[in-house]
Design a protein around this ligand. Sequence first.
Ligand code: GDP
Ligand code: ZN
Length: 321
Amino acid sequence: MPVKGLVIRFSRNHFTVRVGNEELQCGIKGKILKEAKGYYNPLAPGDLVEVENGQILALEKRRNEFARFNQKGQAPQLLAANVDLVLCVTSPAFPPFRPRFLDRILIQADAAEIPAAVVCNKYDLIGSRGVDSDVEERLSDFERIGCPVVRVSASTGEGLDDFRRFIRGKFSVLIGQSGVGKSSLVKALVPDIQIRTGAINEKFNRGNHTTTQSVLLDVPIHDVPIHDDPGHVGITRIIDTPGIRRFVPSGVQGEDLILYMREFASLAGKCDFGLSCSHQNESGCKVKEAVVAGHIHGDRYESFLRIRQDLSGSQVYPDYD
Ligand code: GDP
Ligand code: ZN
C-alpha cells in the first residue's frame, strides 16, 4: 500500500521522505515524475508524495512553489513547496546590506502568492562603525510598503522571541546570501541540530554538496495555536536553503514586473503612454512621478529597472556563494 510522506531534503536523485516518525531514503519510480516536468529539480522540501517500497510514485498537487531561475540549467529551480511564508534574511553589514537582493525575493514571493517578510539579522551591528547608516531607513521603507520586518541578532539573542512568535505555527522558507547568519539563526531556533556555521564551512567544507541543498526542519515551539485557527495547534517548520549569490525571479516576464512590486502595481497602465511606457524617459510617466513624490523609493525604482533588464537578458552569472 502506498503511504503519504513529506520530502525533507534531497541530493541529486535521492530524496529523504518523512513518513510518520520515520525518515526513508527514496528514489523516483521510473526516474520521472510526470507532475514535475520542466524543472531543474523535480521535488523540493515541503512536497507531499506517495511512497511505496522506497520509491516515490506520485506528487500531490502543490499549494504553491518558491523557485528561482537557474541560469546554468536554464530552468526553474525549486527551493521550497507548500510554504506559508518566505523569509528574506539579510544583515546590515558583513556582508553588506543588499536591498536589491531583497527586492528580488519579494518579487518572487509575490508572483508565487506567498506572504513574505524581511528578517534583518546582526541587528546588534546597527549604529557601529562601518555600518551603512541608511539600513534602518530602507528597512522602514519595506514596512511602509506593507512588508513586515523582523529585527534580530542570533549573537545577542535580541529579537529572537519576536522572531519565534512571528513564525510559530507556520511553515517558512529562509532565503539569503551566505554570511548573513542563516545557519546561526537556524541553530538558535533549533538548538539540537547539527549544522555548520560560517567559520567551519569556509575552512573545511567549501564546495561540499550539502551546502547547496535545502532542508526542512521542525522548530520546537510547542502548543502554539495557529493564528487563523485558534483551536488548532500548529507545527512550526522552516526550510533552510543554501546561500544564494544571485536571485533571478522565475516565471516573471519583464513586462509584468510592475505587477509584482507592490507600490508600483496600481500604476500599471496609468502612464500617458499606457502599457507601452518604459518608465524611463517618457513624459506623463506615473511611475517616475511617484518616485519624485516619494511614494516609490529611489532604490526600488533602480531595482525595477535592473531586474526588468535581467528578465529580458540572457547573461549567465555564478549562482551560489
Ligand atoms: P550563513 O552563511 O548565512 O549561514 O551565516 P552563518 O550563520 O554561518 O554566520 C556567518 C558569520 O556571521 C559567523 O561568523 C557568525 O558568527 C556571524 N553572525 C551570525 N549571526 C550574527 C549576529 O546576529 N550578529 C553578529 N555580529 N554576527 C553574527
Ligand atoms: Zn511610465
